[in-house]
Design a protein around this ligand. Sequence first.
Ligand SMILES: C[S@@+](CC[C@H](N)C(=O)[O-])C[C@H]1O[C@@H](n2cnc3c(N)ncnc32)[C@H](O)[C@@H]1O
Ligand SMILES: [Zn+2]
Length: 639
Amino acid sequence: MEPLTMFIVVRKDLAKKLQWPTGSVMTQACHAATAILHMTREEENTKEYLADLDNMHKVVLETKNEGSLEKLELVLQTHNVPFKKWVEQPENIPTAIATAPLRSRSPEVLEAFKKCCSLNKRTMSSVTPDIDITQYNTVTEGKATILFPKHNEVFYNPVQQFNRDMSIAAIRTWSEIFNQEKAERMEKKLARAKDEESKEAIQKALDKHNNSDNFTVLEALAASGLRSVRYAKEIPKLKQVTCNDIELDALESIRRNLKYNGLSEDLMKPNHGDAMRVMYDTVGTDNKFDVVDLDPYGSAAPFVDGAVQAVSEGGLLCVTCTDLAILAGSMHPETCFGKYGGMPLKGMFPHEMALRLVLQMLQTSAGRYKRHIVPLVSCSIDFYLRVFVRVYTSPQQVKKSASKMGVVYECSGCHAYSVQHLGKITIKESNGAERHTPGTGPNVNKLCDNCNNIHHIGGPAWVDKIHDDDFVAKMLQHVKDNESSYGTAQRMKGMLSVIKEEIHTPFYWTLARLCGTVHCNSIPVVDLFSAILNAGYKVSSSHCGKQSVKTDAPSQVMWDIMRAWVKKNPVVMNNIAENSPARAILAKEPTIEVDFTRHPNATAESKSEHLVRYQVNPTANWGPKARAGQKRKTDEQVF
Ligand SMILES: C[S@@+](CC[C@H](N)C(=O)[O-])C[C@H]1O[C@@H](n2cnc3c(N)ncnc32)[C@H](O)[C@@H]1O
Ligand SMILES: [Zn+2]
């Protein structure tokens, strides 16, 4: 056969990340074949890449009369790719992209590969070194394709794709801010520099910062490596992700998957170790991680002390907790206190309370090292929660943390709630300095003013903002601009839109509790929201619960609104117990004029946009996976 030239065109950044295979021509041909197969299947991706032609460079491979292309033809024919056309006119091939070697795993293709190999006197391992792919199932999520041992089904949890998608969007959004801040600091330094020599040095550092990959991630608890592979492939400007796990099995999987995805160990560094040791090793060094990701089975609490010290200045800490039954107080509140240092409240707002307990724990741990947290976005998702916070060093800011913490009183009868801040900040008139004093209270009477019942006490919990408005807006915009990058984009947009509209007042009522307490017909959300707005207060939903009502209206106003609602929609009192909260509440007359006139802001924008604001569980047995080889633990059960 005549020597033929095959053009393979790869985007520069991909070529670098992939470390384009340097094996035999046959190996390269097989890689190219799979890439093309992949391309024909993912038309949308192809379009995106084609649009990016300018940013591509050509790799020209010469096949040296090995008959390779014949075999390649065999492979391609199996998949009906119009191979002949482009072999006859190679100059007309626009692009061939390898997003990962050997993507296609159908039995025919494997057979074809095997034939290719034997005809070329090569073994299968020369196509995919060291990996006997027949032992694995593949799963593709985002830009990663992961090999999962056929015998170990707990390794992949599809439910967590949303967690991984959200994490990529959060890290990408944070990294743009982080990099811009760094560049601005350097530019200021440059403007201040006096002599030419230091100017030149700063300019050089600035150029390097702007033009190279410049931040690091630690995935401390990595399992298969799927998350790290996705980070490596999907997050621009990422210099290195350290992919750590304590289990040797996991390490094997991490190495296999990084190789399978064509990543270099420079970009995705496998590490076998105890997460705490890895994080403590950074203490007192300049080798902190810009992002630390904790995604454990169950609680992240055991890892937090190391994590708050291992994050660089202004870096990002991402934390998952899946022990929601504990955190949300549906069982063993004392266990929650032991793990998180705060009491949960299961009554009306368990999920937001859970988020606030975790944030409290993060701040308390960070405070020991003169560090403080700034929550960027805090999400309650299905059976787990995920928070993203920045970490800074500042003794001044740590002082403020007492006033960001509080205990919460929740009435055991009508669920009215009240936040008692632990610290108070006043400004000295003489010099404008901040003065920190203990909070004053209690801010509730011994018995509830509305229904005469006692209160439960929850916390201490974080009672400051749990989201950063600017960050949420940027992250939402990022998702809208990159919808095709995220398999769960619809849900991401929905949740972020609801979060964006959330007011910052802690906790929420629920329609079920409001109406259930006074045994009335359900009040339409729009009527309730209108009445609150017409009374001069703020209101929004919470992403934590479908029928949640977040408001700064005091509980007396909320019950006045419900009294007025009951006047319009009378309740049959005969079956209501003598000592029930309903009787105490309904015995009183409203003290405000309640106005149910439709308020223009009573319907959330996200509702009008028809987004997936709240997800219903898509499958049976939706929930966390157990640790490999273990039965599911009670504290990880579906909540
Ligand atoms: C839920 S899995 C991680 C899933 C992964 N982050 C993802 O998105 O695919 C938790 C992992 O933590 C590992 N692990 C548990 N304790 C650890 C420790 N002390 N140090 C390092 N890894 C640990 C387990 O072996 C397990 O693989
Ligand atoms: Zn009450």
